[in-house]
Structure formats: C-alpha cells, structure tokens
Design a protein around this ligand. Structure first.
Ligand code: ZN
Length: 214
C-alpha cells in the first residue's frame, strides 16, 4: 500500500547485497490470488518473502504452510492492516506478538522480518518488533500495483528504475487492502521483472539471501 508517512532509514529500507534483489509480497495469504503467484514463481524458478497478515493466515492456514513448502520465506505484516494514527503500544505489541506466533505455529518457521502496514513504523511498532526479535524491512522499489489503474506494464515500469543490486521490491499477492483485482497487475509483471534482473546479472530471491544483518 502507499508509503504515506513512511520513514525509511538506511537500515530499515532493505538495502541488501550488491548482486541480489529481494522480492517481497504483502497482504496475503489469499486463496483468491496467492496460488497464482506460487505457480508463477515456480515457473520462473524464483523464491520470495511473503509478509503475511495474521488475520489472513488464520483464514487460510494451508496456504501459509504451502508458502513454506514451496521454499518461500514468511515474514510478519501485522495482524490487521491498520494505519497507526496514534500510539497504542500495548495493542501494538499484543497484535504483533499474535501475528508472529501465528506464523510460527501455522507455518512451522519462526519469522525474522517485519514490515508494518503502509510502511509506517510508529515508535510503538518499532519497539514491539524489536522486543519480538523481528528485523523491520521496508522496501526500496514498489510497483504501485495497488491501484485500479495499474497494469502489468505500469507495475514493471514503476519498478524498473529501482532495479539494481541491493534493491528490495514490494508487490502485493492479495487485494484485501487494494483495488479489487489489482493483484493481477503484480502477477503479470513478474516475468518482466525476472527477465530484467537476469539481464542485469542480479539474483532475485527472498530476504534471507539479501545479506541483511540481524
Ligand atoms: Zn500491506
């Protein structure tokens, strides 16, 4: 979703290793769309990091397990997709803890990464993530795939200037917080994205391969 009020430091932006581009998806898992991403990524031979919502994972636990089974990585995007309008440190910690626990219990892997909804890292969310041992990672390139006007070509064109070594790409594998059907634009941009990275000699993969310090 749009990076309104986003405050990215060099550490949180997701600048990684020089020969690597991290591919990340937010807002799933969604039975209406995530399976198409899994199929497309298999066809491209690319693994990615999925920042899931606890509320979505609770509804589709099998799909959460499928992410891991296919070799993808699962990060935490929160429980609900809230914009932090005012500090609620107690609730922030409780919800983030529940979401991280859901990933561990459902997917069988302990999450390492956290990305707050809208890229807005309030002090309460930052403290909660730190307490839970989650490293916050935002993004350096986004496809603007969440709008009704997006197309596979517009998503690729939005990403292209930012495709360089160390980039972290943000796309969405669900439209649960976006324009209905907008995920198809992200999905359709994947082959061109993979081709471009290959042409530049850059590996495209999950955050675990991005060379970020803990
Ligand atoms: Zn989101």
């Amino acid at each position: 979703m749009p990076a309104v009020g986003r405050v990215a430091t060099r550490r949180t932006a997701g600048h990684g290793a020089a020969g690597h581009v991290a591919l990340t998806f937010d807002d799933g898992p969604d039975p209406a769309s995530t399976p198409d991403f899994l199929a497309a990524l298999d066809a491209l031979g690319v693994r990615a990091t999925f920042f899931v919502l606890g509320s979505m994972l609770e509804r589709s636990p099998d799909l959460g397990r499928e992410l891991v089974r296919r070799g993808h990585e699962v990060g935490v995007h929160g429980w609900h997709h809230r914009r932090p309008l005012y500090p609620r440190p107690g609730r922030d910690l409780a919800e983030l803890r529940a979401a991280a626990a859901a990933v561990t219990e459902v997917c069988g892997v302990r999450p390492r990464w956290y990305r707050p909804p809208y890229g807005v890292l309030s002090s309460g969310l930052a403290a909660a993530a730190h307490r839970l041992g989650l490293r916050t990672v935002l993004w350096t390139a986004c496809g603007r795939d969440w709008t009704a006007h997006a197309s596979p070509d517009s998503v690729y064109r939005s990403l292209r200037p930012g495709l360089r070594g160390g980039a972290t790409v943000l796309l969405h594998d669900s439209d649960c917080t976006s324009a209905p059907g907008s995920w198809r634009s992200a999905l359709g941009a994947l082959p061109a994205l993979a081709d471009r990275c290959a042409a530049l000699g850059l590996a495209l993969g999950p955050l675990r391969d991005h060379g970020l310090a803990a």
